[in-house]
Design a protein around this ligand. Structure first.
Ligand code: OAD
Length: 226
């Protein structure tokens, strides 16, 4: 069975109604990224961050996987599929995909400050000031700017073994995630699905300039002929 690795970003969930970060009208136009998505922001104003992620978590109850997520899940019938996502939502899981690496953490989880204890809370809100079992502040299980990305090595290994790589809905501006593609085998087939112009990581990348849903429809058809 061929191994397809999907590298997904915020654009994957855009059609489900979750805002991207850097498009016009995106989250980083409404919020100061360093206030709500950096470890320094947490030290300065943890209450603000608890509220920000409570809102993001609550939104999960109002959205559903889109056709793009569903087609990816359906490919497990014919391929070995791994998803490496920068997204912190749970839409790949809810679409039925079984092999998902969340590089930047997960909204449905919280942890103690050292991240040694992780708690699954689903879409519940965290009380401002709540404490973990070890007495430290309970915090969102999110990888913030200024923090290490613990799963990056595992992800790089997976990419280096992929036969087909599909990049969907990421501006590829955030490292180390954006560098993962450079671990691809020389003969790996690489596709990029995005409705806007994003710099292709190499000239051999096949670009499908469409939204995730339409792009995945086209890709699924293409895969039957590979
Ligand atoms: P960005 O907001 O930077 O990029 C979103 C990409 O999705 C852009 O290339 C858009 O053109 C594309 N896009 C928009 N609508 C789409 C659609 N319907 N279908 C497919 N693509 C679409 O989001 P990311 O690259 O995911 O990290 O951002 C990376 C990281 O930056 C996030 O994980 C987050 C953020 O700061 C943290 O918060 C730590």
């Amino acid at each position: 069975m061929k191994h397809i690795v999907f590298l997904t970003g915020a654009g994957m969930s855009a059609e489900s109604g979750i805002s991207t970060f850097r498009d016009s009208g995106g989250l980083w136009e409404q919020y100061d990224v360093m206030e709500v998505a950096s470890i320094d922001g947490w030290y300065k104003n943890p209450d603000l961050m608890i509220r920000f992620y409570n809102e993001r978590r609550a939104q999960l109850d109002e959205v559903a996987p889109n056709e793009g997520h569903k087609i990816i899940a359906s490919l497990e019938k014919s391929f070995k599929v791994t998803i490496i996502t920068q997204n912190v939502d749970n839409l790949h899981e809810r679409a039925g995909s079984s092999n998902i690496i969340h590089l930047h953490g997960e909204l449905t989880k919280v942890c103690n400050e050292s991240k040694s204890e992780v708690y699954d809370i689903g879409t519940k809100a965290v009380e401002v000031g709540a404490r973990a079992d070890d007495g430290s502040r309970l915090r969102p299980f999110i990888v913030w700017f200024g923090e290490a990305v613990p799963l990056i090595e595992k992800a790089a290994n997976i990419v280096s073994n992929a036969d087909i790589i599909v990049i969907i809905g990421t501006s590829m501006q955030v490292y180390p995630a954006a560098g993962l593609i450079h671990y691809a085998k020389r003969d790996a087939k690489v596709f990029l699905i995005d409705p806007n112009d994003v710099p292709a990581p190499s000239s051999s990348v096949e670009i499908i300039k469409e939204k995730a849903s339409v792009g995945m429809r086209i890709l699924a058809e293409r895969l039957t002929k590979l």
